[in-house]
Design a binder for this molecule. Sequence first.
Ligand code: FES
Ligand code: FES
Length: 158
Amino acid sequence: MPIALVVNGRAMQTESDAVTPLLHVLRNELDLRGSRFGCGLEQCGACMVLVDGEPVYACAREVGSVANKRVTTIEAFADDATLRALHRAFLDTQAGQCGYCLSGIIMSAKALIDRHPAPRREDIAAALDKHLCRCGAHNRIIHAVERAAAALRQEARG
Ligand code: FES
Ligand code: FES
């Protein structure tokens, strides 16, 4: 029996077994390749997506467990003001190097900013603690998240 999914606001379904990793379904069936495979062991954060607004390792989460929940991936960026602000800030500050870690980091940053529009530097560092960046761009990444949150607050003030 197909599993019903809601990905980036759209109803979808998969014929995969319920135990298939969500990341596999996103990348290989739904052609949403922005979420990356790094370790496959909940150790790097490259695969991070949001499920009902909370960061989740898609490499380890079984697709059956997210049936009918809201899955958000980096591809939601066109319809999401927080993702757009993050994208702009990362580009403006040239925060990444190779970029492999960034889609996962941006999803965790979105979850943080959506909950706490004015995060302190230590809040950002804590929210991104699960993420490895092999390029060592952490400081620039934290700065980009601060900048995105500030831009969104300014936008909200008009
Ligand atoms: S690929 Fe999921 S945590 Fe590394
Ligand atoms: S920018 Fe290369 S791994 Fe983070």
